[in-house]
Design a protein around this ligand. Structure first.
Ligand code: HEC
Ligand code: HEC
Ligand code: HEC
Ligand code: HEC
Ligand code: HEC
Length: 262
């Protein structure tokens, strides 16, 4: 382009044409974050400014669901194999429609299809009982996790969620439930931190047999911790407490082993 003054007009025009084609090819070839997810629903919704729910779309893109290719159709239904809008949306119902899979009352089943552990526990709860009776005062999955993002609420955020309903001015009784839940999840996070400390220490053990043994212990401690999080969806915390106690015993045994090398 520096020697553009020496070239004729027609050469310039041709050059510009080639440049434009090259740029177009480049844009097409660039791996866009949307294309990486391979969902026609998401592709079109990102591209079409008339498509509703911008924030929802971006939340999805940034979420564990977006990263793990849980496409729009997994929650909304529809046909994700076509760019033809009419065909794609056939059967999709707005969330206000009681038959929609994203209607609050149907979320436990929709989300539960992939998250069996939390779903099974949730079905034991008074909250689920309310929902089954058509009483909408209780929380559903989206209350704590957001509709699309699969947020992991911090213990403090969880306390806030409970308190919205169980708080002093809430619709349900027993405000102490909110603080109680926070304390338990703080204990879960502390256990996770202890495991995070153990991990690199195990990695540094040179004796292979011993390292394998310690890795086994690590996994044995992780299992009840995951189960505790799942049991938390009963919102009565007996099972969570029991699983957490087991996890703690195993973590202590593991840390004990690491502190006293044989
Ligand atoms: C070709 C582009 C295109 C494709 C493909 C597409 N959408 Fe849409 N979608 C739109 C546009 C534009 C709108 C808003 C206008 C309308 O309702 O048709 C919309 C509206 C919606 C709505 C709101 C409907 C309502 O009742 O409020 C939902 C939900 C939705 N799409 C989900 C999906 C899902 C899930 C898929 C894939 C199975 C999908 N879309 C595929 C362009 C698309
Ligand atoms: C994990 C489940 C889930 C996934 C995945 C998901 N959505 Fe949603 N979506 C919901 C829920 C739940 C609502 C209900 C409204 C709310 O609470 O915000 C909703 C609402 C919407 C709405 C507003 C219309 C309505 O019915 O309320 C649109 C539009 C929409 N989603 C589009 C999409 C698109 C496009 C994708 C893919 C990029 C997507 N959703 C992925 C769960 C999901
Ligand atoms: C089609 C399967 C599918 C559906 C439906 C689904 N999820 Fe997920 N979800 C996943 C996958 C895959 C992951 C990422 C891997 C993992 O953490 O298990 C995930 C992750 C999560 C996480 C953990 C996020 C993190 O950062 O670790 C939460 C919380 C979650 N989903 C909640 C929900 C909720 C609430 C709904 C319904 C609104 C839902 N999911 C619907 C498959 C699904
Ligand atoms: C009252 C709040 C609340 C409600 C309602 C709720 N959850 Fe959770 N959920 C949590 C908390 C708190 C965690 C633990 C967060 C963490 O890992 O620190 C969690 C964790 C999860 C995880 C991650 C599990 C793992 O193995 O790490 C999934 C998946 C999940 N919930 C799905 C659901 C589904 C599905 C529903 C509806 C049936 C639901 N949740 C309802 C609060 C809630
Ligand atoms: C969206 C509102 C809402 C949220 C959020 C909510 N609850 Fe509830 N909860 C209710 C309602 C409504 C009832 C039934 C009325 C009652 O018994 O007070 C209930 C009942 C209960 C019950 C059974 C009744 C009892 O007192 O034994 C427990 C336990 C409970 N909730 C714990 C929790 C905990 C812990 C949290 C937070 C992790 C939470 N709830 C979040 C609305 C909510």
């Amino acid at each position: 382009m520096l020697n553009a003054t020496k070239t004729t007009m027609s050469e310039n025009a041709r050059g510009a044409e080639v440049l434009i084609i090259l740029l177009a090819l480049l844009v097409l070839a660039l791996p866009s974050p949307i294309a990486a997810q391979q969902s026609t629903c998401a592709d079109c919704h990102f591209a079409d400014p008339r498509a509703p729910g911008r924030d929802h779309l971006e939340d999805w893109d940034r979420s564990a669901h977006g990263r793990n290719r849980v496409g729009c159709e997994k929650c909304h239904g529809g046909n994700a194999a076509t760019f033809e809008s009419f065909l794609a949306h056939r059967g999709i119902l707005g969330s206000a429609n009681p038959s929609s899979p994203v209607h609050p009352r149907n979320l436990p089943t929709t989300c539960g299809a992939c998250h069996a552990g939390p779903f099974v526990a949730f079905q034991k709860s008074t909250h689920f009982e309310l929902l089954r009776k058509g009483d909408d005062r209780g929380p559903v999955c989206a209350t704590c996790h957001g509709p699309v993002a699969g947020d992991r609420p911090s213990p403090k955020a969880l306390e806030g969620h409970c308190a919205q309903c169980h708080g002093p001015r809430g619709i349900a009784l027993r405000p102490e439930r909110a603080a109680g839940a926070r304390t338990l999840y703080e204990a879960i996070n502390e256990s996770r931190e202890m495991l995070a400390i153990a991990k690199p220490l195990i990695g540094r053990v040179t004796n292979r047999t011993r390292r394998a043994e310690l890795e086994g212990m690590y996994q044995q401690a992780e299992v009840p911790l995951t189960q505790a999080v799942q049991a938390g969806h009963e919102f009565v915390y007996d099972n969570l407490n029991e699983r957490l106690a087991t996890a703690l015993q195993r973590i202590e045994a593991l840390l004990g082993q690491l502190a006293n090398p044989r």
